[in-house]
Design a protein around this ligand. Structure first.
Ligand code: 5GP
Length: 191
């Protein structure tokens, strides 16, 4: 059986990547890697579905056990990708999607040379700020931190293979599917 492809997706908070991936993940050919984090759950989030929510001591224990493929700190919290399910699902032929920030993505670049890197960008900073305010789950101080983090993250997009602008959702989803299809059809993959 053909191995799946590892797709690493990064986007500043508020770019709508959750909405795009929600559409993409309806297809069972994908496996979404559930990260661990020390961030507190948002009201709509469920442990084991959106993240594995851990406290700092639990997270640091997993670091010591070498359980993470990569991990990073983002806006005062730890986030990390657990190794075990990734290889297992790629071997089953599933495309694995990692939704991670840029520092973690650059670690994966070194570790997994076959991975494909997709950056999702907002049409403008104003749109990004409006989306974060509209979500209403963060304080103004956290929103400010995230907009500043987004500015730094956008400078990193040159390290990615593809950039998708999320202006109109359906177009962004179609672009994502086109990237996946092109990667599936690569001659080098069949070799
Ligand atoms: P949020 O708190 O909004 O869910 O996520 C904050 C940032 O952490 C996002 O850019 C998200 O992609 C990133 N993130 C989520 N899981 C991981 C992970 O396992 N590793 C890394 N490096 N970043 C992650």
């Amino acid at each position: 059986m053909e191995k799946g492809i590892l797709f690493v997706v990064s986007a500043p908070a508020g770019c709508g990547k959750g909405t795009i991936l929600g559409q993409i993940l309806k297809d069972e050919k994908y496996y979404y890697s559930v990260s661990a984090t020390t961030r507190k759950p948002r009201p709509s989030e469920q442990d084991g579905v959106n993240y594995r929510f851990l406290d700092k001591a639990e997270f640091e224990k997993l670091i010591a056990e070498d359980a993470f493929l990569e991990h990073a700190q983002y806006c005062d919290n730890y986030y990390g990708t657990l190794k075990a399910p990734i290889e297992e699902n790629l071997a089953k032929g599933k495309h694995v999607i990692l939704e991670i920030e840029v520092q973690g993505a650059m670690q994966i670049r070194q570790l997994c040379p076959d991975a494909k890197f997709i950056f999702i960008a907002p049409p403008s900073f104003e749109t990004l700020r409006q989306r974060l305010e509209h979500r209403g789950t963060e304080t103004p101080e956290v929103i400010e931190k995230r907009v500043n983090a987004a500015k730094k993250e956008l400078e990193m997009k040159i390290n990615y293979d593809y950039c998708i602008i999320n202006d109109i959702l359906d177009d962004a989803v179609a672009d994502f599917k086109s990237v996946v299809r092109a990667e599936e059809l690569k001659i080098s993959r069949k070799a």
